[in-house]
Design a binder for this molecule. Structure first.
Ligand code: OAD
Length: 243
C-alpha cells in the first residue's frame, strides 16, 4: 500500500496549479538565519528595534545596519536543493511561489513567479516620495541614504504595523484560491496576514502539504505533514533526487 509520501508525490506529479508558501526555513540550509528558531534573528535583536516604522524614525542608521548585515549574508548565500526543486518543478505548470522571504533565493534558483509578501532586501524605498529602486550595495554611507527628494531611503521591507503591498497580496490570494495543492515550507506561519494564505487555499478546496522542521498550526491541519529539512524532503516529493 502506498504510504503518505508516495501519495503526496503522486498528487504533486499530477497537479497543474500549485502554490508554494515559504518562509525563512526554506533558506536555512543556504546558511541564512531564521527568525524564531534558537539563534534566530529575533533572538539577537528585538523586532521593535529594527522592524517597525517607529524604529526607523528613532534610529535609521541602526535599522539600516541590521539590513546591510542581512544583505551581506544573503549576497553570499546560494539557493539550496529546496529552492532548486521548486523552480524545476514549476516547468510546464502554473506555479506561484508566495514567499515571506526577502533574500531573493527563489529567483536565484530560477523560479519565475515569485510573490514577495514582505518586500525584498534588494530594493530601497523613499519614506517621503515613495520611489523604489533596485539597490544591491553592501556598504552605504551616510546612513540613512538620502533620496533626491530630500527624504530618507529605507529598505523596501514590510515592517510590523505596515500593510502588505496590496497588489502582491491580492495576487497571492488569487493564486491560493486557484491552486490544487498549497505546499507550506519552512515557516512558523506566525505573522499575519501572510499566514492566512494556506487557509485561503484550503477553503477553496486545495490540499495542504507542509514540510517543516517542527510541528506548526498549519502542520496540524494539513493533509500531509513531513517533518524535517526542506532541502532533504522536498526534492523527493517533487520528483527529483536531492542535488
Ligand atoms: P520563522 O523563524 O518564524 O520560522 C521558520 C520555520 O522554519 C520554523 O518553524 C522552523 O522550524 C522551520 N525550519 C527551520 N529550518 C528548516 C529547514 N531546514 N527546513 C524546513 N523547515 C525549517 O520564520 P518565518 O516563518 O519566515 O517578517 O517568519 C515569518 C515572518 O516573521 C518573516 O517574514 C519576518 C518575521 O518577523 C518580517 O520581517 C515582516
Amino acid at each position: 500500500m502506498a504510504d503518505d509520501a508516495d501519495r503526496a508525490r503522486a498528487a504533486l506529479a499530477a497537479a497543474r496549479r500549485v502554490v508554494f508558501f515559504t518562509g525563512a526555513g526554506v533558506s536555512a540550509e543556504s546558511g541564512l538565519a531564521t527568525f524564531r528558531d534558537a539563534g534566530g534573528l529575533w533572538e539577537g535583536v528585538r523586532p521593535e528595534r529594527v522592524a517597525t516604522p517607529e524604529a526607523f524614525r528613532k534610529d535609521p542608521a541602526f535599522v539600516w545596519e541590521f539590513y546591510l548585515a542581512r544583505r551581506v549574508a544573503a549576497a553570499r548565500a546560494m539557493p539550496n536543493s529546496a529552492h532548486r526543486a521548486i523552480a524545476a518543478y514549476a516547468a510546464g505548470r502554473e506555479v506561484s511561489v508566495v514567499t515571506q522571504n526577502v533574500d531573493g533565493l527563489h529567483q536565484a534558483a530560477g523560479a519565475a513567479r515569485v510573490l514577495e509578501l514582505h518586500g525584498t532586501l534588494w530594493r530601497t524605498r523613499c519614506g517621503t516620495c515613495g520611489v523604489r529602486r533596485e539597490d544591491r550595495r553592501e556598504e552605504i554611507a551616510p546612513l540613512p541614504p538620502p533620496c533626491a527628494c530630500g527624504g530618507a531611503l529605507r529598505p523596501d521591507i514590510v515592517w510590523f504595523g505596515e500593510a502588505l503591498p496590496p497588489d502582491v497580496f491580492g495576487a497571492a490570494v488569487c493564486a491560493a484560491r486557484a491552486c490544487e495543492i498549497c505546499a507550506v515550507v519552512g515557516t512558523s506561519a506566525a505573522v499575519w496576514p501572510a499566514a492566512g494564505i494556506p487557509t485561503e487555499a484550503a477553503r477553496a478546496g486545495a490540499r495542504i502539504l507542509v514540510v517543516n522542521a517542527e510541528e506548526t498550526e498549519h502542520a496540524r491541519e494539513a493533509d500531509w505533514y513531513f517533518e524535517g529539512r526542506a532541502g532533504e524532503i522536498l526534492p523527493g516529493l517533487l520528483g527529483f533526487e536531492r542535488s
